[in-house]
Ligand binder design. Sequence first.
Ligand SMILES: C[S@@+](CC[C@H](N)C(=O)[O-])C[C@H]1O[C@@H](n2cnc3c(N)ncnc32)[C@H](O)[C@@H]1O
Length: 273
Amino acid sequence: MVKYNQAPLPFQGQKRRWIKQLQQVAKNLKTGAVVIDVFGGSGIVSHTIKQARPDCRVIWNDYDRYRDRLENIDNTNAILEGLRRIIGDYPDGERIVEPLRSKILGMLQDWSKSVPVDWLTISNSICFTMKYAHSYEELEKMTLYNNITKKNYVVNGYLEGVEVVRMDWKEIVEQYRDVEDVVLIMDPPYMLTDVSGYSKETYWGIPECLDVAASCCDKNFIYFTSDRSGIEKVLDWVSCHGDINNPFMQADRYVIQVRGKAVNYNDVMYVNI
Ligand SMILES: C[S@@+](CC[C@H](N)C(=O)[O-])C[C@H]1O[C@@H](n2cnc3c(N)ncnc32)[C@H](O)[C@@H]1O
């Protein structure tokens, strides 16, 4: 099996920083456990668990249709090769100005008439970091930068052994709630953070986050959050002021410090398996 240490195509909020910890945690899963990657995103968590524990059943909820993007990889690579040709030796990271900008947009518009374009991957290559477009119309309004990858993308074997479904998170939790040895992987959109890289820009606020947390009660789970989201503080407050279970109280808490030029926060993973 090929091992990926990040999702093969760009995906906002993918759990690539947690791969080592997930491999360790996977060792403690019961033999034959059924692992449901409820907010599956790029599938990197499903991939990592299946790699570490091939005996477990792993179900990836592909809510964002990331699999379509994987299946479209040949078109994506062909478009990127075309872009590299016209971008040439334009400086890396530089803002793309006229006449190159119009040339790029024209080329992409032509491609979009003949093949499905993975706008998220393409925009990731020619927009500012963490800026995504879902369509040509969105892209043409954005400032372009030369952030194009030097190599083509490879996706071989990424989903080997993983089952794929696509449902709303409540449906899938309901469907598997009474299955023996089920483990829920809960990585919902973080409260109050940018969700522009997802297929639907659904707003996630306190009620949605509390619903997800409540569905972890009495379950085996792995739950991701960050100290920017505030959900931990909300749950502490709620459990101190009412007769309400905080599902994270008995769970192990792992932290990764994320520090950078413009970022400073802790990523958090709770494990109760
Ligand atoms: C933080 S991301 C998950 C990232 C994923 N664990 C990874 O490593 O790539 C949250 C995901 O939840 C998805 N999502 C949003 N609303 C959802 C819903 N109602 N049901 C299921 N998934 C949903 C988003 O589209 C996004 O893919």
